[in-house]
Design a protein around this ligand. Structure first.
Ligand code: HEM
Length: 487
């Protein structure tokens, strides 16, 4: 057998004699169970799929690096942000939220913006969206919300009644749905949209002092959006339009970049600021907390293998590094559990050891065994702690910063029920006349799929509270009037 050319083998490495004809009993005879190569081939094929992500199933990934361009060490001791010029390899996955793995790219939906920084102190994941806010503000509502975005259990079709029933009964969604039905609801490409961490996070410096931060990735390509009619056409003609655009740009050496900026809030302000900084349905006005530059993200390499890198990528908001910590945001708190739990189900208990997820720094702990333990499993090293044989030791300086908590344990709602001022400001003061008209049209188009009039009227009443022009405009397009109770 020639060693020069690669020869085909079974998974266990034995050379395969024939990969085109099954072993049969005679010319026409039934296939023999003895054809173990055939059995293996069919059996492995049956196991090719892992469950798709329960949300954000369709996505595109890219490798790149992050370079610090401004000194933020007075705010955080995070090593990867410690000095200007420091570069950290990273991987990003962009996604739509509601569709399945094969769904169209150019739909009206938030876009996921999940970044994994392979720092020298372990992986830091920032799992955000292209919107600075979210639909709801307590994790306990997330499964219900997503059920309304997915298929109806009976018809297995998207269900506008469910979507708007939920939104019209969850007024905290108004800010996010106003962004979603604005021009930004369908980005022109993945390169032409911003990314946001959305939640508030805690940064801690070397002295142990903390601040609250919000992350903004500003696209250096400029924000560009798609006309909804063109988006519909593209969804039919080229459902992978956004994936192709990103892949081709990187293949052509036209590397997309984003500038990372943060808003920084002194911790004391959280008690007095007129906006609850842990309410993910709100933004912090830039005049109160201006953007501070941090660095640049450059995407310069396409994945070599989609399944290995993009499908097996596991981003978790719980992946922090020293100097970056959680905030009490009730959505973020739920997410700290949800992602790694999803990864254990989707790709297994040892998913952190997969090449795309493996930290580039040393990983030392006492976890052992489990399905698909394909590294050395710690070899003969000690697998318990405390031990007196020099096993890896905890580092108290990397403890989280202590923080005070008070009050009664209870199911507590957020203080503010003002769901109207921020979307109202966006609609009145940020959008142009044309953008306002398009937003009204986009809302009306989506709501026209609702069959129950009471849902439409409930939503119109909420729109009227956001801005009378919005409520009246949508009502008119639907052939309805704003209910008197809303005025
Ligand atoms: C994906 C849960 C809120 C952004 C996912 C996944 C789950 C999940 C289970 C699939 C993970 C996987 O299989 O790899 C939740 C829960 C939330 C929540 C329980 C609220 C409590 C949010 C928010 C954002 C967000 C507020 C953005 C600000 C993303 C992104 C992905 C994702 C970008 C895709 C990550 C990737 O590309 O692999 N979410 N999510 N999610 N979620 Fe959330």
């Amino acid at each position: 057998m020639s060693k020069e050319k690669k020869y085909l083998t079974t998974a266990s490495g034995a050379p395969v004699g024939d990969n085109q004809n099954s072993i049969t009993a005679g010319h026409r005879g039934p296939t023999l169970i003895q054809d173990v190569h055939l059995l293996e081939k069919l059996a492995h094929f049956n196991r090719e799929r892992v469950p798709e992500r329960v949300v954000h199933a369709k996505g595109a990934g890219a490798h790149g690096y992050f370079e610090v361009t401004n000194d933020v060490s007075k705010y955080t001791k995070a090593d990867f942000l410690s000095e200007v010029g420091k570069k950290t390899p990273m991987f990003i996955r962009f996604s739509t939220v509601a569709g399945e793995l094969g769904s169209a790219d150019t739909v009206r939906d938030p876009r996921g913006f999940a970044v994994k920084f392979y720092t020298e102190e372990g992986n830091y994941d920032l799992v955000g969206n292209n919107t600075p806010v979210f639909f709801i503000r307590d994790a306990i509502k997330f499964p219900d919300f997503i059920h309304t975005q997915k298929r109806n259990p009976r018809t297995h079709r998207k269900d506008a009644d469910a979507t708007w029933d939920f939104w019209s009964l969850s007024p905290e969604s108004l800010h996010q749905i106003t962004i979603l039905h604005s021009e930004r609801g369908i980005p022109a490409t993945l390169r032409h949209m911003n990314g946001y961490g959305s939640h508030t996070f805690k940064w801690v410096n070397a002295d142990g002092s903390a601040v609250w931060v919000k992350y903004h990735f500003k696209t250096d390509q400029g924000v560009k959006n798609l006309d909804p009619n063109l988006a519909d056409k593209l969804a039919g003609e080229n459902p992978d339009y956004h994936m192709a655009d990103l892949y081709n740009a990187i293949e052509d050496g036209d590397y997309p970049t984003w500038t990372l900026k943060v808003q920084v809030m002194p911790v004391e302000d959280a008690n007095t600021y007129n906006i609850d900084p842990f309410d993910v349905t709100k933004v912090w006005p830039h005049e109160d907390y201006p953007l501070i530059e941090v660095g640049k993200m450059v995407l310069d390499r396409n994945p070599e293998n989609y399944f290995a890198e993009v499908e097996q990528a596991a981003f978790s908001p719980g992946h922090f590094v020293p100097g970056i910590e959680a905030s009490p945001d009730k959505m973020l708190q739920g997410r700290l559990f949800a992602y790694s739990d999803a990864h254990r189900y989707r790709i297994g208990a040892n998913h952190e050891a997969l090449p795309i997820n493996r930290a580039k720094s040393e990983v030392n702990n006492y976890q052992r065994d489990g399905y698909m333990r394909f590294d050395g499993n710690g070899g003969g090293s000690v697998n318990y702690e405390p031990n007196s044989v020099d096993g890896p030791k905890e580092t108290p300086e990397n403890n989280i910063t202590p923080f005070e908590v008070s009050g009664f344990a209870d199911s507590v709602a957020y203080d503010s029920e003002d769901h109207f001022s921020q979307p109202g400001n966006l609609f009145r003061n940020v959008m142009s006349d044309e953008e306002r008209a398009h937003t009204i049209q986009n809302f009306a188009d989506h709501l026209s799929g609702v069959t129950r009039e009471e849902i439409k009227l409930r939503q119109i009443s909420l729109f009227y509270k956001v801005d009378p022009e919005l409520g009246t405009g949508v009502a008119e397009k639907l052939g309805l009037s704003v209910p008197e109770t809303a005025k």
